[in-house]
Design a protein around this ligand. Structure first.
Ligand code: 6PG
Length: 230
C-alpha cells in the first residue's frame, strides 16, 4: 500500500509497452472480479484491446467510467463508444454489469443518474485515469469548482479542453477512495503535466496531483517521453 501522497512510478520504453502493462493490470482486475473504472481519451484504447486478449472473460467484473462527454454513445467523442469498440465488443464473456454514463441526458441529469447508479458502492477496486496536457484527470480541470465537490460522487462539468462538450465526471473523493489508482500517460506533450502531477506538490492547478489512493496503491505508468521531466 502506498501512503496518501505516495505514488509508484513505472516507466516503460514506449507507449506500446505502457499499454501492455496497463492491460495486464486491467486483465488481472477483471480476473479477480470487482469494480473497474475505465477512462476516456485516446491513450487507453490500445490497453483495452490488449486487456480483452489477455482476459476475454469479464463476468466477475463490473465496469464504470471516470467521465463522459455529453454526447450519445454512438458519437465518435463518446468515451463509452471508444471502450465498447476497444474492449467490450472484443470480450468472449461480458462484464456482470456495464455502468454507462448517460451523456445524452446532459451534464446535470446525467450526473444525477450516475450518482444514483453508484448507489451504496463505497470503493472501486481499480480506477484507470489518463492525464491531460493541462494536468486534468477525468473531467476535473485546473482550478475549477468541481474540485471542491465533496458530497456528490458524480457531477456535471464544463470542458476546458477539446472536445468542448459538457461532461459528466466522478469527483475527487470517489477517485481517492479507490483501492488501486492507475494513471496511464504517454507522449512528450504530457511531460510537463506528469512532472506537476507526480512529482510536484498537490495543487488545484494540476488536478492529477490531487489524486492519490487514501487507502490503497497509486501507480503512474508512463512511457519515456511522458516521464522525461521526472
Ligand atoms: C476524456 C478523458 C480525459 C483523458 C485525458 C487524456 O474524457 O477526455 O477521460 O480525462 O484521460 O484528456 O486524454 P488522451 O489520452 O487522449 O491524451
Amino acid at each position: 500500500m502506498t501512503g496518501s501522497r505516495e505514488i509508484e512510478l513505472v516507466v516503460a520504453a514506449d507507449a506500446a509497452a505502457a499499454a501492455q502493462l496497463a492491460a495486464e493490470r486491467l486483465a488481472a482486475a477483471a480476473r479477480a472480479g470487482g469494480h473497474i473504472v475505465l477512462t476516456g481519451g485516446s491513450t487507453p484504447r490500445r490497453a483495452y484491446e490488449l486487456a480483452a486478449e489477455l482476459q476475454p472473460d469479464w463476468s466477475r467484473a463490473e465496469v464504470w467510467w471516470s467521465d463522459e462527454r455529453c454526447v450519445p454513445p454512438d458519437d465518435e467523442r463518446s468515451n463509452y463508444g471508444m471502450a465498447q469498440a476497444a474492449l467490450l465488443d472484443r470480450l468472449a464473456v461480458q462484464p456482470a454489469a456495464v455502468h454507462r454514463m448517460r451523456g445524452e441526458l446532459g451534464r446535470e441529469d446525467g450526473a444525477a443518474q450516475y450518482d444514483r447508479e453508484l448507489g451504496g458502492l463505497a470503493r472501486f477496486d481499480l480506477l484507470l485515469l489518463g492525464l491531460g496536457p493541462d494536468g486534468h484527470v477525468a473531467s476535473l480541470y485546473p482550478d475549477q469548482p468541481t474540485l471542491d465537490e465533496t458530497e456528490r460522487r458524480a457531477i456535471g462539468a464544463e470542458a476546458h479542453l477539446q472536445p468542448f462538450v459538457d461532461r459528466i465526471t466522478l469527483t475527487l473523493p470517489v477517485l481517492r477512495a479507490a483501492r488501486g489508482v492507475l494513471f496511464l500517460v504517454a507522449g512528450a506533450d504530457k511531460a510537463g503535466a506528469a512532472k506537476r502531477a507526480f512529482a510536484g506538490e498537490p495543487s488545484r492547478a494540476t488536478p492529477g496531483s490531487l489524486v492519490r489512493a487514501v487507502e490503497g496503491t497509486t501507480t503512474a505508468l508512463l512511457d519515456t517521453a511522458a516521464a522525461a521531466q521526472l
